[in-house]
Write a protein that binds this ligand. Structure first.
Ligand SMILES: [Fe+2]
Length: 237
């Protein structure tokens, strides 16, 4: 069985369309990992696209904050400029998200568990039972083991950091799917994890997919979001 994972789309409908086109004929199922709005303007279009194409997923911290009209998106910032920009984008997204979008975001489960080829898989936005924990590749092995202890799944799939990786520890497979709509690893192309699961093996491909970055960059500025986010998309950061 092959599954494709769309992490952190963040309002980037162009990246989502390209990602979908790249995997629709290669994957048996597609899932998303939440954080559907923010930074780019198309949160409603992203939600409509996911519904229309039957792509199920989990709720991210940003989705929870938008849907429940929270004060803060639950994200972490590296400097005051980033914090100011992110708060503008969060307010903008809360205002523009339609009732239908908010209902959809509100209704997303925090986690999804299923079996493929007899192997249990868990999907969540950031970490088991926590939607805003930054789980980077260089966390100590002890941390990976602790997280694995919170679920009986063999394969754990998550996002939130916008940086993809795979680690294997004691027979468990940890896959951060990266980000479709706002990669932060210096490569502006959309990132999709394509995972093949057989009885004995799990293989992972991190696809990088070109999409019209300038189209979304122009839309960001036109719609009154900070041009700062157009630039971060161009740079993949
Ligand atoms: Fe997130």
């Amino acid at each position: 069985m092959k599954i494709a994972i769309f992490g952190d789309i963040h309002g980037n409908i162009e990246a989502l369309r390209a990602a979908y086109g790249a995997v629709v004929n290669r994957a048996d199922r597609i899932f998303h990992l939440g954080d559907l709005g923010g930074y780019a303007p198309f949160v409603n279009e992203v939600v409509d696209f996911l519904i229309e194409h039957g792509i199920d997923g989990v709720q991210g911290n940003y989705d929870d904050a938008v849907a429940n009209d929270k004060e803060h998106c639950g994200c972490k910032y590296e400097d005051p400029l980033q914090e100011r920009m992110a708060s503008l984008s969060f307010e903008w997204t809360k205002k523009r998200a339609t009732q239908k979008t908010k209902e959809y975001l509100k209704g997303l489960p925090r986690e999804r568990h299923f079996f493929a080829q007899g192997q249990k898989i868990s999907l969540f936005h950031a970490a088991p039972h926590k939607n805003n924990l930054y789980w980077y590749e260089d966390r100590p092995e002890k941390f990976f083991r602790e997280m694995a202890g919170k679920t009986d799944a063999r394969i754990l799939i998550y996002g939130h950091t916008h940086k993809s990786y795979r680690r294997d520890i004691e027979g468990r497979v940890f896959i951060n799917a990266g980000s479709v709509g706002k990669p932060k690893d210096g490569d502006p192309r959309a990132c999709v994890a394509l995972i093949e699961i057989t009885r004995n093996e799990v293989s992972t491909d991190f696809l990088r997919i070109e999409y019209p970055v300038e189209k979304i960059a122009a839309a960001i500025v036109e719609q009154g979001l900070p041009a700062y986010f157009a630039e971060t998309l161009r740079q993949g950061k």
